[in-house]
Ligand binder design. Structure first.
Ligand code: XMP
Length: 511
């Protein structure tokens, strides 16, 4: 285990990712984590991340000197490097020029353990306004740049390493090599953390924890809850009950597809309960046009349906949540950003379900790792690589009031769109794509008849993190084909548009 201590930098998750890419298991903790707890975890190495503060200011995040005396190797990055120097008696000052962007770093000590195999002159990503003016006693400078006398320094005997730039960012061309060097050569990690071992261990742990207890899981058919459910099923079989609420806002045939995989005819041993609550949701949504109200209604109704089902089952010992690592980190650090849309995840925690404890088997995994775990357990690829689908489902892809008729139109249009995208071989290369139903009706002509029907909007975006996105450039002939099929095959639609808006100012979904 390697521990990443988080000082509030924007690249912290990347640090963890890079370490895991070296097949070394690692977890992120807040800089407020008690030294006692760190000792108990007995990590092989500790990495201090960057952060937005100045370490010499009184109320900046810091850590006691003891951390550096545990005999555990420590690597400080950016703020973490400055803090290491500051705490151990070096000097950090405000620089005249802020160093930002790709910068040539000259490695002075090519024999340094962290710079093994790294070029003497190497491009690194810098982002700092403070600099290390004086290293702490016992440290030697191992790299510099034109503007920065201490781009890296180390105390080899104490196994303390400070790097001013960001090796975790891909712009640092040889950064992964440096991190690999730290975890393997300095921390002596063996690098044998693999997904199959993770899956196997998790299954064992779940078995131990649950014993002969009963477990309840809300299954949405999405990647996270599917992988969690399969893991539980492999661990405890039919001590697990999965409740799948079909709220009538799923994509075409999706309810049946989920049932085919997880239901009694599927390969998994679990009690699968499908609740067909379509009408109930449509009733609640009648006449409601405001997007936030729609979201709230769908979210709340979902919990009520789930609770009712849970009541029938009676008391359970554990409730499964498909929480993944980014959810954990975001909820720990959040609070800064404005609420653009509420209830990003339908669900939350039900109030009236009788359970003792929550199980979150994917809590330590990134999305792509969840997918790997899914493949490892033999979950079909089409489920594992499913594109993101919002909890409120088609409810937020139908602008204005939701009706069964509109759901049918959007389902049919979306199915055609997805089919043609797959036919064109584009389905793995576009981040997220779907059809939505605008609330616009317009005049058209079809077979000499006047029509007055709805307009469908096609959306396709490329995105790295879903925080920003750009419209995907789909070949015109593909769009044309989708258009003509939708107009010919979907009753009630007479116009098809392609949404070019990026995010920001748009969002990915329509509401
Ligand atoms: P937006 O529309 O906010 O979407 O740009 C960003 C990503 O989040 C998904 N999304 C949601 N997921 N509940 C969810 O579970 C929601 O209410 C919700 N709203 C948006 C969206 O599909 C995209 O992947």
């Amino acid at each position: 285990l390697v521990i990443v201590l988080d000082f509030g930098g924007q690249y912290n998750q990347l640090v963890a990712r890079r370490v895991r890419e070296c097949n070394v298991y690692c977890e992120i903790y807040s800089y407020k984590t008690d030294i006692q707890k760190i000792k108990e975890m007995n990590p092989k190495g500790i990495i201090l991340t960057g952060g937005p503060n100045s370490c010499y200011e009184a109320d900046s995040p810091t850590y006691s000197e003891e951390l550096f005396k545990l005999g555990i190797p420590v690597l400080g990055l950016c703020y973490g490097a400055q803090l290491m120097m500051h705490v151990l008696g070096g000097e950090v000052k405000k620089a005249d020029v802020r160093e930002y962007g790709k910068t040539e770093v000259v490695v002075d000590k090519t024999l340094s353990k962290v710079f093994q195999g790294v070029s003497e002159k190497t491009i690194c990503w810098m982002s700092h306004f403070d600099y290390i003016a004086q290293t702490a006693p016992g440290f030697e400078i191992t790299a510099h740049t034109a503007d920065c006398p201490v781009a890296a320094s180390e105390n080899e005997v104490e196994k303390l390493y400070a790097i001013q730039f960001h090796p975790e960012v891909l712009h640092t061309v040889e950064g992964t090599k440096m991190i690999n060097n730290f975890v393997k050569r300095v921390c002596k990690c063996s690098g044998d953390w693999k997904m199959d071992a993770f899956v196997e261990n998790s299954i064992k742990e779940i078995r131990q924890k649950v014993g002969s207890g009963k477990v309840l899981c809300a299954l949405s058919g999405g990647v996270d809850s599917s992988v969690a459910a399969v893991m539980l099923s492999k661990a405890i079989g039919n001590q697990l009950t999965c409740v799948f609420v079909d709220h009538g806002l799923l994509r075409k045939n999706e309810g049946d597809e989920v049932e085919a995989v997880f239901g009694p005819d599927g390969p998994y041993d679990l009690n699968f309960i499908r609740v067909n609550a379509q009408e109930r949701f449509y009733d609640k949504l009648k006449g409601v046009e405001e997007p936030e109200r729609k979201r709230k209604i769908i979210g709340e109704e979902f919990i009520r349906v789930f609770e009712e089902e849970a009541k029938k089952i009676g008391a359970v010992d554990f409730l499964v949540q498909g929480t993944i690592y980014p959810d954990v980190v975001e909820s720990g650090l959040g609070g800064e950003s404005a609420v653009i849309k509420s209830h990003h995840n339908v669900g939350g925690l039900p109030d009236y379900v009788d359970f003792k404890e929550i199980i979150e088997p994917l809590r330590d995994l990134f999305k792509d790792e969840v997918r790997k775990a899914g493949l490892e357990m033999g979950i079909p690829e089409h489920l594992v690589f499913r594109q993101p689908f919002p909890g409120p489902g088609l409810g937020i892809r139908i602008i204005g009031e939701v009706t069964a008729e509109k759901v049918r139109m959007v389902q049919d249009a979306d199915a055609i769109y997805r089919e043609e995208i797959a036919n064109a071989g584009l389905d793995r290369s576009i981040g997220q794509y779907f059809a939505g139903l605008t609330n616009m009706r317009s005049v058209g002509v079809m077979g000499d008849e006047r029509t007055y029907d709805y307009a469908v909007a096609l959306r396709a975006v490329n995105t790295v993190d879903f925080m920003t996105a750009e419209a995907a450039e789909i070949p015109f002939e593909v769009l044309n084909k989708v258009m003509s099929r939708i107009i010919n095959e979907v009753r009630g639609v007479n116009r098809v548009m392609y949404d070019l808006t990026s995010k920001p100012p748009g969002t990915i979904e329509f509401e």
